[in-house]
Design a protein around this ligand. Structure first.
Ligand code: ZN
Length: 176
């Protein structure tokens, strides 16, 4: 590897132009010889550093600790975001239920039962659709698959809409 002009720059310790500095940094990233030279120069120029090495190991450990902290912070925020999204989805799903919390115990039970029924029927419908699919799909040509998929989706969304409408209607009906 060609270490010029970087080697003389480091040895002469001349003030460098920004462009030269950039070149030097990119060379140091790939060249261990010049990196060692730069480190030595830095050590010689800084009086504090001359005293028996504060040590590569220590600096390395410090960097490692910082990296670990950063990683932990990243993981923490990942968990925060993940739980926020999960909570948002949960609130969306249980919104009809939460509305019933303000009502009296009898209404509350009514709402809970309606909600459970709604979930149960949804799961049942889903498994039925799934089993029909599993039985029927292998013998199909693609256009039919898409037709069945579309009608199944339409049926499911209709079921959901009707169920949600019925659940949200219950407290209002009792209150009035
Ligand atoms: Zn070099």
């Amino acid at each position: 590897m060609n270490h010029q002009p970087f080697e003389s720059w480091l040895l002469d310790d001349l003030p460098l132009a920004p462009e030269q500095k950039r070149e030097l940094t990119s060379h140091l990233r790939t060249c261990s010889h010049c990196t060692a030279l730069a480190e030595t120069g830095l050590a010689l120029r800084t009086p504090r550093m001359v005293s028996p090495a504060p040590g590569f190991a220590q600096r390395f450990q410090a960097r490692l600790a910082a990296q670990r902290i950063a990683e932990r912070r990243k993981r923490f925020w990942g968990i925060v975001i993940f739980s926020l999204v999960g909570m948002g989805a949960l609130v969306l799903l249980t919104f009809p239920l939460l509305r019933g919390l303000a009502a009296s115990p009898a209404e509350w039970i009514n709402v809970v039962l309606g909600y459970l029924l709604f979930i149960f029927s949804s799961v049942q419908a889903l498994t039925e659709v799934g089993s029909v699919f599993l039985r029927v799909v292998p013998g199909f040509v693609p256009p039919f698959v898409w037709m069945v998929l579309a009608s199944a989706l339409a049926g499911m969304s209709l079921l959901w809409t009707v169920s949600i409408w019925r659940i949200t209607r219950v407290p209002q009906g009792v209150q009035s």
